[in-house]
Design a protein around this ligand. Structure first.
Ligand code: NG1
Ligand code: ZN
Length: 533
């Protein structure tokens, strides 16, 4: 297999790597051989599907020292589960058996090795990403695949490119310019319908998490013709990626990122490290912080779409897909007030994406701000005769063009949210007041082996270790409007604990009590979880 093989295919360390919630993720120094092997695998996947496949080098919201990889299937979606299994096998194979592991996949999948293969590669701004993406490129070349290296792009931009290429331009042009043009044209068309679109309302503070999103927002800015006036913070010029900033920090810590200068009532948003997540927030006049997470985003977008559908005279089923992390108030509002179908899946957008495909229109968002809308393209065929219907249909068409249907996309979601707020003449406070979040707390617990915890019912119940769920149930009973669950993380070596209750104090105490139960019953390591102050 040539020289490149020898250089990159260093012996894997003894660590067992799993293709998890969103691909591989671990310390960057353990990943060279994995990247090379995923270059090989992507080439096989391309031959199997007779389509272009994407490989994104990123560890999203993880610390800068980590890295990772996501494989992208032909329509821009996450790679199909059976190939996740191949990815895990190949990543962990001893070097001596690598060739036979590859041959096994080729035979099992009856891959014709004389087919052409095409792989798109992208990377985030981590210091290790260039070296690791070169390892992917080497793997692709090694098996004779054609390469398009997009260099620095956001994860959703690469998903978009793959979808454009495989739909032969129907979805858009597979260049960054094509991406910016499609989004900005739709945004400008939509904001022509804005109410009182003053400069104040056009202003948005953006926290780029010191990552790739910040670079790409700069590139997009010029195309928006000042219809959105973004003030960029944490643009990567001096801060560290995801450190005390970014969507994950803001969501989990429930506080503003460092490095942002927020005036009272000013609309702010944070991207994560690869710009596939977004959360909004503001400080009110007495200085208290308000977070508008993925659940609030799903509510805003689904309410807007539902109204447009009615105006356009379309009788289509709209559903919102959430995970166990969705705030109880959001689920209640969507079901009881909005009367939309709500479905709950396991954590990880691949599960939400799949579930959303089952509905006429599936709006899916994780509470952390990762999500999008699916199946809107059906409307393009709409031929409305009445003027009011025509107007609604036009709005729908531009909204479709603004949404990245391949995957959740912070830039696209930001533009959709900004357009909806502008069209409705709505302030961030008005959006926030649609419903009030139940106070909640997320914690993590270190255990010797997180696989000890197995879950069921979309991760809302722990089936192992025995007795853990009973303890959680007993703790939850002590509080009003309370709910709690635990699950092993798919991206980090720890167990996540979630609790919500009527008051912040109860949510905090409950989260701590559940953490202790995990620590004692699931093999906690290190210091015992301490109560929150
Ligand atoms: P894990 O580490 O499996 O909880 C986290 C997020 C997911 C998803 C992935 C991929 C939470 C609680 N979990 O997964 O929603 O976004 O990262 O980025 O936010
Ligand atoms: Zn991400």
């Amino acid at each position: 297999l040539g020289v490149v093989w020898v250089v990159n295919c260093s012996q894997p360390c003894r660590l067992m790597l799993q293709y998890g919630t969103a691909g591989f993720r671990t310390t960057a120094k353990h990943l060279d051989h994995v990247m090379f092997r995923m270059g090989l695998l992507a080439t096989l996947r391309s031959r199997k599907t007779k389509s272009t496949i994407g490989v994104m080098v990123t560890a999203s919201h993880n610390p800068e020292e980590d890295n990772g990889l996501k494989l992208i299937d032909p329509m821009g979606e996450m790679v199909t589960p059976s190939w996740e299994g191949y990815a895990t096998q190949l990543a962990n194979a001893e070097q001596e058996v690598l060739c036979s592991a590859l041959k096994d996949i080729i035979e099992k999948e009856t891959i014709n090795m004389s087919e052409t293969a095409s792989v798109f590669v992208g990377r985030d701004t981590r210091p290790s990403s260039q070296r690791l993406s070169q390892a992917v490129l080497d793997g692709v070349s090694c098996l004779g695949g054609q390469i398009q290296d997009y260099g620095l792009v956001t994860t959703p931009q690469l998903h978009y490119m793959v979808r454009c290429r495989n739909t032969h331009g129907c979805y858009g042009t597979d260049t960054l310019q094509g991406y910016y043009q499609k989004l900005s044209q739709a945004f400008i068309e939509l904001t022509k319908n804005a109410r009182n679109h003053t400069d104040d309302q056009k202003r948005l503070l953006v926290d780029g998490a010191n990552g790739i999103g910040a670079l790409k927002v700069r590139e997009l800015e010029a195309c928006l013709q000042s219809e959105l006036q973004m003030v960029l913070f944490n643009d990567g010029s001096n801060g560290k990626l995801n450190y005390l900033c970014g969507a994950d920090y803001v969501k989990v810590q429930q506080k503003p990122p460092q490095g942002i200068n927020m005036g009272a009532g000013e609309r702010c948003c944070s991207f994560d490290g690869d710009a596939d997540r977004i959360v909004y927030y503001y400080n009110d006049s007495d200085g208290s912080f308000h977070l508008l997470d993925g659940d609030k985003i799903a509510t805003l977008i689904s309410t807007y779409l539902k109204e447009l559908l009615t105006q356009a005279g379309l009788n289509l089923q709209i559903a919102v897909v959430q995970t166990a992390y969705a705030n109880g108030s959001s689920t209640q509002y969507l079901e009881d007030i909005m009367k939309v179908t709500v479905s709950c899946t396991k954590t990880g957008v691949k599960h939400l994406h799949h579930a959303a495909q089952k509905f006429d229109i599936g709006v899916y968002f994780e509470a952390n701000g990762h999500g999008t809308v699916l199946q809107l393209s059906e409307f393009i065929r709409l031929k409305a005769s009445v003027d009011e219907k025509k107007h609604a249909a036009k709005l729908l068409e531009n909204t479709i063009n603004l949404i990245n249907q391949a995957t959740g996309d912070a830039i696209s979601d930001m533009l959709v949210i900004e357009a909806v707020l502008a069209i409705r003449g709505m302030t961030v406070q008005e959006w926030d007041s649609i419903y009030t979040d139940l106070p909640n707390r997320q914690l993590t617990v270190k255990v010797a082996d997180r696989r000890m915890i197995d879950t069921a019912d979309a991760e809302r119940r722990a089936v192992t270790p025995a007795g853990l769920q009973d303890s959680i149930d007993a703790l939850v009973k002590k509080y009003t409007k309370a709910r709690a669950f635990v699950r092993p993380s798919g991206t980090e070596d720890l167990v996540r604990v979630y609790a919500e209750a009527e008051t912040q104090e109860s949510a905090d105490v409950l989260a701590h009590e559940v953490s202790l139960a995990v620590y004692h019953m699931a093999g906690g390591v290190g210091e015992k979880p301490k109560p929150l102050k």
